[in-house]
Design a protein around this ligand. Structure first.
Ligand code: PHE
Length: 726
């Protein structure tokens, strides 16, 4: 029976009482690493052996040194190559690659002479025999491990690169208090059997290795559609939209069609486009008063419309179907809004709809619809166009074209086209319009309320984004799960600032002119706002209640200074996963006023630079990223300071215009101001909005250190703010 290495070590200790890992390796001609492994495994048993590590410096031959130990020193090789009657120097140099060194060493040792007496220089032996001490020394070390050299010699050999000094680790071994000769393998698992039979009592268990690296756990991967959906959702949330509940695929014809003023004999209802349900076949629970008004507007008209003049049947409206568009959900929500008392809203939804269509490379019988709805007083078509520009700009799409279209429920209606740089043509990307009075008035909405709506598919942008040509590769049983696993996160490529001008070198004059344009526009805006305010009244001040997730390692200074401007009382919470404790100074600076109306909880958590804000009184929102949180707080600041423009509560059309003006001007202004003024330096992203101007004036009073360029830019903003909103 072969004895295992650990057992051999134990036997050695039994016999000798102590041991040394390096010696054992040498004696047993074993690899040192194997000996060390065996020692470690004995050590893991507890107190069987005692182990003490030491280090020691050793002299070792280099590969050149080993060659010398075997074949002789370079000088000896040269000496031996010189024949009785001498040799010419060039000939001698050919005997070995190291002949040159060897020759000069042999010369200085007095072994050779250069005889020039016969004209031609000849190398001759000067002594009859030599003693090759170098070889003797080195081979003693190599073959017997015997170190017989003086320190000076070692230094000399080291200089000649024949020797090197190495540090080796070894272990002194001894018997431990629980020394034994038989090793049983320690258990790694506590089994139910051990517990049942009580055998665990006598077992040795292996210690946990808490230093071991963990295996990365397998985790889920989001499908590209979900990634793009998250991106769309973020855009809507940034724009202040609220998500509609879309959790019903099955809908009645009433909400899917009738409520939307879609006549009952409309071809789209035909079984070719719609999946009707056989079980349950019908719905019967409708708001009956409203249903009566819908029936009336279809048959006789009303609200200034002549209707369709046909015999509307409830049986047709009762038929259940898989909703063909998410506008059915919008209809339900708008009806509810009217019932609960109208107030301006911005709604969105992103969910699945179903159509009985011919399947091909780009169409399936189901897809996801992205839908936006804005309801407010006195909206006009220009506002819808403005909103759509804003919305698509956030997707990185800037070139739009609107084509008149027809929907039964909107008038006017517009198909939305965008210019595809890759395909070099205009492609349809969505459908939009203003909901008809025949749809809105029966719901009970006020007469001067107008509503924008638009919709697009989620699949198309996803396919473009991820370069998928066949929809069956994206959805359905043929989807390659590896594709889902490998797809990167969705980042919408927003073109940087428009590239139309190669901006001339910044001139103060041009800058001044641009400022004047902005100021002029803001002045005009202010006039419109005060006019509006006198008609609509000032919005009530919201009570602020926020939760902010931030990382003390990367405190979002800009956001923090805005918080102090909001004058809220700040409480702190430290998440259990936190590694860096926030500095007391930081918390003191932020504490706010104890008597404040509003409240903010800052949760310190390891979230890196991605600050996240969770709720606010303006709407239930979730905002991520420093720039977006800052924007949001800026708007809150506006809303909470009496007498300033509550721009978030302006009619959507006006707010969008402000955004568009300021974005456009600020972008070119920043370019002109200083080409080096990088986006990152611009505290609220690459663009300025009215909200940012407020942020800016706060920042210029705060402790945040600004670069000279940004400082100059802020001063301008402060002036602007003061001049517009006194
Ligand atoms: N429901 C429309 C569609 O399915 C999209 C739309 C929504 C159009 C709202 C106008 C208003 O294409």
């Amino acid at each position: 029976m072969t004895v295992s290495l650990p057992e051999r070590i134990l036997q050695h200790l039994e016999a000798k009482g102590k041991g040394d890992s390096l010696q054992l390796a040498e004696e047993w001609k074993e690899d040192v690493q194997k000996i060390v492994g065996a020692i470690k495994s004995l050590e893991a048993l507890g107190n069987v052996i005692s182990v003490e590590q030491y280090t020691k410096k050793l002299w070792e031959l280099t590969s050149e040194g080993k060659a010398v130990a075997q074949n002789g020193s370079h000088e000896a090789v040269v000496f031996n190559a010189v024949p009785e009657d001498g040799i010419s120097q060039p000939e001698l140099m050919k005997v070995s690659p190291n002949a040159k060194v060897g020759f000069s060493k042999a010369m200085s040792a007095g072994w050779l002479v250069l005889d020039k007496s016969s004209g031609q220089p000849v190398v001759r032996r000067k002594v009859a025999s030599i003693d090759d001490a170098v070889r003797t020394d080195l081979s003693a070390l190599l073959l017997e491990g015997r170190d017989q050299m003086s320190e000076a010699q070692k230094v000399e050999y080291k200089k000649r690169k024949l020797l090197q000094e190495v540090v080796v680790k070894g272990f002194h071994l001894g018997k431990g208090p629980e020394f034994t000769l038989s090793v049983s393998k320690p258990e790694t698992d506590l089994t139910p059997e051990m517990i049942a039979q009580g055998t665990w009592r006598n077992k040795q268990f292996k210690d946990y290795n808490l230093q071991a690296l963990g295996a990365p756990p397998p985790c889920g991967h989001l499908h590209p559609l979900l990634k793009v959906r998250a991106e769309f959702r973020q855009i809507f949330l940034e724009m202040g939209f609220t998500e509609m509940p879309t959790n019903n695929y099955v809908e009645s014809s009433f909400w899917n069609f009738d409520a939307l003023f879609q006549p009952q004999q409309h071809p789209a209802r035909d079984a070719h486009d719609t999946f009707f349900l056989s079980d349950p076949k019908e719905s019967s629970n409708f708001p009956m008063e409203y249903l009566e008004r819908v029936k009336k507007v279809h048959t006789e008209g009303g609200y200034g419309s002549q209707g369709y003049g046909y015999d509307w049947k409830i049986a047709e409206a009762q038929k259940n179907l898989l909703r063909t568009h998410s506008t059915a959900v919008s209809a339900r929500m708008l009806h509810r809004l009217a019932k609960e008392g109208f107030q301006p809203v911005k709604y969105f939804s992103i969910d699945r709809v179903f159509r009985n269509e011919t399947l091909d490379a780009t169409h399936l019988a189901e897809f996801h619809q992205v839908e936006g709805v804005i309801a407010d007083y006195n909206l006009g078509l220009g506002g819808l166009i403005g909103v759509l520009y804003e919305f698509f700009k956030k997707l990185g799409i800037e070139k739009l074209y609107f084509k008149p279209a027809y929907n039964p429920y909107t008038e006017p209606s517009m198909e939305i086209f965008s210019y595809h740089e890759g395909l070099k043509k205009w492609i349809e990307i969505g459908n939009s319009g203003m909901f008809r009075p025949e749809m809105l008035l029966p719901m009970g909405l006020p007469e001067n309320v107008n509503i924008y709506g638009w919709g697009l598919s989620l699949e198309r942008p996803t396919m473009i984004k991820y370069g998928i040509n066949n929809i069956r590769d994206l959805v359905g049983p043929k989807v390659d799960l590896q594709m889902v696993h490998d797809s990167p996160i969705c980042r919408l490529d927003k073109e940087d600032e428009p590239t139309e001008t190669s901006a001339p070198p910044s001139s103060v004059e041009a800058l001044q002119q641009e400022w004047e344009v902005i100021e002029d526009r803001l002045r005009r805006l202010e006039a419109r706002v005060s006019d509006l305010r006198s008609r609509v009244g000032v919005a009530p001040q919201p009570k602020i209640d926020l939760t902010l997730f931030a990382d003390p390692e990367k405190p979002p200074h800009s956001v923090l200074s805005l918080l102090s401007a909001l004058g809220v009382k700040v409480d702190f919470h430290r998440h259990s996963t936190l590694r860096t404790v926030p500095s007391e100074q930081l918390e003191q600076d932020l504490a706010g006023r104890p008597d404040a109306e509003g409240r903010c909880v800052i949760v310190w958590a390891p979230v890196g630079a991605a600050v996240e804000l969770v709720s606010s009184p303006v709407s239930a929102v979730r905002v991520k990223g420093e720039a977006n949180v800052l924007r949001h707080l800026g708007r809150l600041l506006e809303a909470s300071s009496a007498g300033v423009c509550c721009y978030e509560r302006l009619p959507a059309e006006l707010a969008t215009q402000v955004d568009a003006w300021l974005d456009r001007d600020a972008a070119s202004l920043v370019r002109t101001l200083d080409a080096r003024l990088a986006k990152e330096q611009f505290l609220v992203g690459g663009r300025l909005t009215l909200a940012d101007i407020f942020a800016v004036s706060v920042l210029s009073n705060s402790k945040v250190k600004l670069s000279a360029n940004v400082e100059r830019w802020y001063q301008k903003c402060v002036k602007l703010r003061l001049s517009v909103f006194k």
